[in-house]
Design a protein around this ligand. Structure first.
Ligand code: NAI
Ligand SMILES: N[C@@H](CC=O)C(=O)O
Ligand code: NA
Length: 817
């Protein structure tokens, strides 16, 4: 035999009651008649609470009563033949009259005692259960309405009475024995004390009723029919990727439901646990969902945690002072006091110095708790052995739960890493010695971010979502967005990373869409009504305010403004990926500051494309140094543009024409003068020198210009081209001289003994830099280990495709680090 409990939404509407009766019918067909336990219709308990409270204040309650009647009568009229409606409506009317009298009494007395309140609330279950049993009788003649107050005996703790198990079980068994073959429809939530006064089992107590009946009757399983797909890995309203759990142990279910996941009322677990009866949570509105089963013999899973629960509002109280140190019984006094005053303590931590105790309570309890402590510990406070307790508000609890934690090291590490990398400050930590639960107190504003980041960290079989804000949709930005679009499926399947572009800006327009911008339609999206005029400050402020997990800013501009903000962005634990060289090649102090900010706040700062575009140069240099090698000398060609020019300055084409072609091919900086005057190369040499350990400033890099003075002085790009053309003879002469000597022109950077310089050189066939084509870069590292034959990286070092690919790789590295 099974016990089936249906929650408020399952008895809340004409359609759901139809489904409920089908589910009962299926059970009967499958074998035995179940015991059916019902909640009040959805919303009815709240309505009764309001009616009782308003009656106690002398307010009129007729409206509430009418609403109650309407909800129930509507179902009777829709689901019962006209001929059979009358007796049902009459009996319901009778119940409503009783309720009305009761409310009138409350109103005259202007008083609502807990006992009376319980009586008022009981009408919810009594009406719904009578109603459903009457509807069922047409289809199942064995249907019988059972008022659980006849069978469940409790103490007199109104509002949350404690069940007298032995007596209750006897009564239930006796009743069932007297009614063989009947299909019982039992009121949930309500019971009675020894004096015959009505009591209730606490909010959500209908689940408990089902478990009590299940345990008394030795049910095969207790089914809790609700409106969600069982217990989930996290609150699905906050974590989109939360998924339903197929199985849980009683302890896990208890831990998850104490914190937030209101799918099942925690005390329900106890009778089921004691008799080892599985509890199956099913969804009345999704019959295909197989359910979450809570049982003692769960199958082993590889996942170290089962779920993440949360309480979104708590206050923390800090009690500290020398008076506590080594004082046996101090915490006993403190917590007995709170228990006596019915203040529920959610979480406790005590430092091993015993100098302070921190505990969390629901915000409405905080001030009272502080007052009580003030009274109880008055002497200690006077004697300054205790500080006045401090209350901190605006906090939340996040807890990871799972029995597997016990056997798995590194769980706490993973939790704190996910929190740390997302800049979530942990205010207090508690781990039960049972190791089923690690709880942390964090800022309420960080809760959604923290839940998602922790969910991504533990449920790695799912994809990790990077929330990306992109600056710049020019040559590189546009190409990057195209590559991300083309490879998003592969990235998700192979790397477990999903890139969600949530912000996009160029110098004209910007758009922020927290659910993501379609990567095949970003250009039109930037032009449509949701987008707005660009404003870098507002863009970055919104990015910080959204506080999304695994967040990355990608800078594909050549502008100085974004670089001004990197340190602040990193300080918000938002990673930065950039192909813009400005931040790394400005003052050395800023170069240091960015690394420090990234390190301190767990963010990544990746800029592989700052040197040699997609070629692995920054990474190679870092690997050399982290593995203990010492860079003695760097020799490099790092301007793709100039490389292209010298490789193609042949035949008829003038120097100016070749420069123009380099620009058209996307090798140059947005302003090609930055390439030809050596500034772009200087930035790269400076970044390399710094990454190699030298604290150089921009002016320390010596640039031997390769252009005549007039070209360098050109005030505009067009004037620049005109000057190049005007100096055609100069460049021809350079070319002829080189050819005559069997040499080629190369613009080469060198770093040795901490000194960096860039110069125009003529090299012959013997030189390793002789053989280059296209926009090739080449870099040779002479190091302690690569001494005789240097380590050389060579290949295309400019161009939109290779650069965007380098940015892409950096982004994936943020996701998989
Ligand atoms: N072309 C190449 O081979 C390589 C380029 N890079 C770097 O890539 C970066 C971008 O180059 P391109 O795409 O060629 O430039 P681009 O001129 O084509 O595009 C720049 C984009 O940045 C936007 N922008 C400018 N200021 C902005 C601001 N304050 N806020 C938001 N957006 C802003 C512009 O509207 C434009 O969409 C440069 O920093 C360059 O040094 C790095 C390695 C190789
Ligand atoms: N304009 C640059 C592009 C790469 O940084 C170059 O020509 O090398
Ligand atoms: Na690179």
């Amino acid at each position: 035999m099974n016990v089936l409990k249906f929650g408020g939404t399952s008895v809340g509407s004409i359609t759901s009651i139809g489904t409920l009766l089908d589910i009962v019918g299926r059970e009967i067909q499958a074998g035995e008649a179940p015991v059916v336990v019902l909640s009040a219709m959805s919303g009815v308990t709240n309505l009764l609470v309001r009616a009782a409270e308003e009656a106690a204040r002398g307010l009129p309650v007729a409206g509430h009563l009418q609403e109650l009647e309407r909800r129930h009568f509507e179902v009777v009229k829709a689901l019962l033949d006209a001929a059979r409606q009358n007796p049902v409506l009459t009996r319901l009317k009778l119940l409503f009259h009783e309720l009305e009298d009761l409310l009138q009494g409350i109103s005259s007395l202007r008083e609502l005692s807990p006992a009376t309140r319980d009586r008022v609330l009981s009408y919810g279950e009594r009406c719904s259960t009578f109603l459903v049993s009457a509807l069922a009788a047409g289809r199942f003649p064995a249907a019988l309405f059972v008022d659980a107050t006849e069978l469940i005996r409790t103490d007199s703790h109104f509002g949350q009475a404690r069940v007298e198990t032995e007596l209750t079980e006897q009564l239930i068994r006796g009743f069932v024995a007297e009614h063989p073959g009947r299909l019982l429809f039992v009121t949930g939530f309500i019971a009675r004390d020894a004096e015959g006064r009505l009591t209730t089992l606490g909010r959500g107590g209908s689940d408990y009723t089902a478990a009590i009946f299940g345990a008394a009757l030795g049910a095969r399983e207790i089914q809790i029919w609700t409106d969600v797909n069982g217990m989930m890995t996290a609150d699905p309203r906050l974590v989109q990727k939360a998924f339903s759990l197929p199985e849980l142990s009683y302890t896990e279910a208890m831990e998850l439901s104490y914190f937030g996941a209101k799918v099942i009322y925690p005390p329900t677990m106890i009778p089921a646990f004691l008799r080892r009866i599985p509890i199956v949570i099913r969804n009345t509105f999704d019959l295909d969902f197989a359910g979450t089963t809570i049982r003692h013999d769960c199958r082993a899973t590889a996942l170290p945690i089962k779920g993440i629960s949360s309480i979104d509002a708590v206050s923390v109280i800090n009690v500290e002072g020398s008076g506590m140190v080594g004082k046996a019984g101090f915490s006993g006094r403190l917590f007995s006091l709170l228990a006596r005053e019915q203040i529920n303590v959610i979480l406790i931590t005590q430092a091993s110095s015993e100098h302070s105790i921190t505990f969390a309570v629901a915000p409405p309890d905080a001030v009272r708790a502080r007052q009580l402590i003030g009274q109880e510990f008055e002497l200690e406070l006077e004697a300054r052995k205790l500080e006045r307790p401090r209350i901190e508000d605006g906090l939340a609890v996040l807890a990871i739960v799972g029995e597997n934690m016990k056997q798995t090291p590194g769980i706490a590490g993973k939790l704190f890493q996910a929190l740390g990398r997302n800049g979530v400050n942990v205010r207090a930590i508690a781990q039960g010695s049972s190791e089923y639960n690690i709880s942390v107190i964090i800022g309420h504003d960080d809760l959604a971010k923290a839940l998602n980041a922790v969910h991504d960290a533990f449920f790695v079989a799912l994809t990790k979502t990077l929330h990306v804000f992109v600056l710049g949709t020019g040559s590189i930005g546009r190409t990057l967005l195209g590559q991300l679009h083309a490879h998003q499926d592969f990235l998700r399947e192979q790397n477990g990373v999903q890139v969600r572009v949530v912000g996009l800006s160029n110098s004209r327009r910007m758009l922020i869409a927290p659910n993501g911008i379609a990567l095949d339609a970003w250009a039109t999206a930037l032009d449509n009504g949701q987008a707005e005029p660009a404003n870098l400050e507002a863009f970055l402020a919104r990015m910080k305010q959204l506080n999304l997990p695994n967040c990355v800013l990608v800078d594909n501009t050549a502008a100085p403004e974004p670089a001004e903000h990197y340190a602040d962005v990193l300080a918000h634990s938002i990673s930065v990926v950039t192909c813009n060289k400005i931040a790394n090649s400005g003052p050395y102090a800023r170069y240091r500051q960015l690394r420090e900010a990234a390190r301190q706040h767990g963010a990544a700062f990746y800029y592989e494309t700052n040197v040699g575009a997609g070629l692995p140069i920054i990474r190679t240099l870092r690997d050399l140094r982290t593995s203990g090698d010492r860079v003695e000398r760097i020799e490099a060609i790092l301007s793709g543009t100039i490389s292209y020019i010298f490789n193609n300055f042949r035949g008829e084409a003038s120097f100016a024409e070749v420069v123009r072609r380099a620009q058209e091919l996307g090798y140059t900086e947005p302003d090609p003068r930055d390439d030809l005057n050596g500034r772009d190369f200087m930035r790269k040499m400076l970044i390399l020198a710094r990454d190699a350990g030298h604290a150089l400033e921009p002016e320390d890099v010596i640039i031997e210009p390769m252009l005549p003075e007039a070209c360098l002085a050109a005030p505009t790009v067009e004037a620049f081209y005109a000057q190049l053309q005007a100096h055609a003879a100069y460049f021809e002469e350079l070319k002829t001289r080189a050819a005559a000597a069997g040499q080629v022109l190369r613009y080469i950077g060198q770093l040795e003994d901490g000194r960096a310089r860039i110069s125009l050189q003529l090299v012959d066939e013997q030189h390793p830099f002789y053989q280059l084509s296209g926009a090739d870069n080449v870099i040779s590292f002479t190091t302690g280990r690569y001494k005789e034959r240097p380590l050389v990286v060579k290949g295309p070092g400019a161009g939109a495709e290779v650069t965007a690919a380098g940015v892409f790789a950096d982004l994936v590295n943020v996701g998989t680090r």
